[in-house]
Write a protein that binds this ligand. Sequence first.
Ligand code: NDP
Length: 416
Amino acid sequence: MKFNKQKSPQAEKEFGGTLGATCIPVFLPLTVLYLLCVCRSPVASVIQWPPVLPPTAQLWDPLAPVLILGWMALQSFFYLLPMGKLSEGMVLKDGSRLKYPINGFYALCITAVLLTLSLWLGMPLGYLFELLLPLAVCAIGVSFLLSLYLYICSFWAPHHALAQGGNTGNPLYDFFMGRELNPRIGSFDLKYFCELRPGLIGWVVINFGMLMKEVELRDSASLAMILVNGFQLLYVADALWNEEAVLTTMDIVHDGFGFMLVFGDLAWVPFTYSLQAAFLVVHPQSLSPLGICYICAGYYIFRKSNSQKNQFRRDPTHPSVANLETIATATGKRLLVSGWWGLVRHPNYLGDLLMALAWSLPCGFNHLLPYFYVVYFTVLLIHREARDERHCRAKYGLAWDSYCRHVPYRIFPYIY
Ligand code: NDP
């Protein structure tokens, strides 16, 4: 294949352009390490000054790279097992469609069996708590190395395989955004694999390690810890059960695979989304299950709205979506203006945010740290909504304006 240095016409740089692409890869990894340090400190204050800094010895453990690489290899092996069906992605620029194995839920189940087996063999899973910082350091290292590999390999990809956004000719920005849309090694799709496997399943394994640490320390798991583990396991199991829906999301359809997604998938998700469980190990809370109403409502809205759009995009004549009101667009695709997508323009984000709040409530109201995820996720989804809005306006023009008039609120009905 020939070396490809061609650039795409670039409308507007995202994430603060070159400055953002230079600062974010420094700032976010430090944030992960900082939050992990704060959450195990007695005060657990995110605004404490001077900040809690660990001795360098706590950042490294030779077991950590073995665990991280072993984990990636194990999940890759599950990905390659001939289980589940093959599904086609959306149509690409050259008119082709890639095939993806839908077996993430099996990977979760096999992982659960292996965890049970390791418990039975007496493996100290609670030791994950002590290993959190070195594991995060290694995951960050792997993210940088993988992003570099992807950036270099992208120069051998054909032009039609490049993402619109990460192909500006500016190395820092392109490294961050990702040049190639669907980098693969043979039929192994690196972006699709990283999106839902090592980080997401890793997150619930870390949570379980925190629960075992609590059992070690206090002889039993607290209600708060069980709720956090249960809610987050439900979220991950749902994502993997509905794995096919990821094929119509922005990450797969639009964004290149660069540091932004690699780091998000492999380091940010497993190590910051598990902060609540890690927090509870050091700061036990005795609480009633306040979050249950929220989780049910949030989960319902999140699942129903994502499934409705996914079904509509895959087969608009399916009985579950055929009667919904739609608007025609110049591209031939239609936009839903009733059902969940008639309530707000991103009902799936609304549901996700309600759930995020439910995960934090079992941690009580005395600390800000367990609410870090809700605050960060609100910022992320508001920014993501604005990006998607820009893409959709560029794609659908007048039809998008008409959709916005029909459905004036973006995420929160009558508020935003
Ligand atoms: P969405 O699934 O919301 O997809 C957006 C796309 O849907 C648009 O680009 C458009 O694409 C299509 N669309 C928009 N409006 C309509 C409409 N009215 N009718 C039909 N199609 C429409 O994108 P995301 O990838 O952002 O989100 C997927 C899920 O992942 C969400 O639930 C989100 O909360 C979750 N998520 C979770 C994260 C986490 O860290 N936990 C991070 C990011 C997302 P087109 O028209 O081209 O089909």
